[in-house]
Design a protein around this ligand. Sequence first.
Ligand code: ZN
Length: 252
Amino acid sequence: MEKIRVLVWNEYIHEKESEDIKKIYPDGIHGAIAEGLGKFDSFEVKTATLDMSECGLDEESLNNTDVLIWWSHLRHAEIPDEIAERVRKRVLDGMGFLVLHSSHLCKPFVKLMGTCCRSKWRENDEKERIWIIEPAHPIARNLPEYIELANEETYGERFEIPTPDELVFVSWFSGGEVFRSGCCWKRGLGKIFYFRPGHEAYPTYYRDDIRQILANAAYWARPSEGPAPTLGNVKVPYENIKTVDHSNEYHP
Ligand code: ZN
């Protein structure tokens, strides 16, 4: 049984610079996400951080990644354009891309969307209720009708993104805002999922329901095994995507 190779990438700044955040995520946000995915048999999970050589996103690492999960906030600009472009191309070649919380402003996501990707926001300890509006979608697997987070950062529309191909979750906040909090797109051969919760000041990534969503999304975003398209007389480079036998696999 081949496992889906997931790389959890985190800028890893808040957890090192703030004692309060370090208490919540002593092993980093990436550590908590990796631990959560590790509870599902489908995945082989690695982590990488901004302080690594080539930001931990060298060609070889990306070529051996089926699904890249990304968390960033303070240092979007420190990703060199060349590396952002490398990630974008890997997505077009079929790598799944899960973009979490404030990562809606990370360079590879903004490049893939083609809009500014900004939104309204407010840190005010408000309640978030995430409505699962497409219960038949694979990312909604094993979820209740809605999920409540007692305290989260508030995001509000307008969220300046292209209309998602599929909208799976919509959030309501106790301050009155609504937000498209679970958005799917396809770009080239790759699948992209944006998931809103996960502000660094709250222990959101330890929750079983949030971990179920990330597992569902990583499974959904894995490379498909369709034919490599021929564009003009040139085959799209697809050799880096390992063909995975999912026929006998434990589903998250
Ligand atoms: Zn935040």
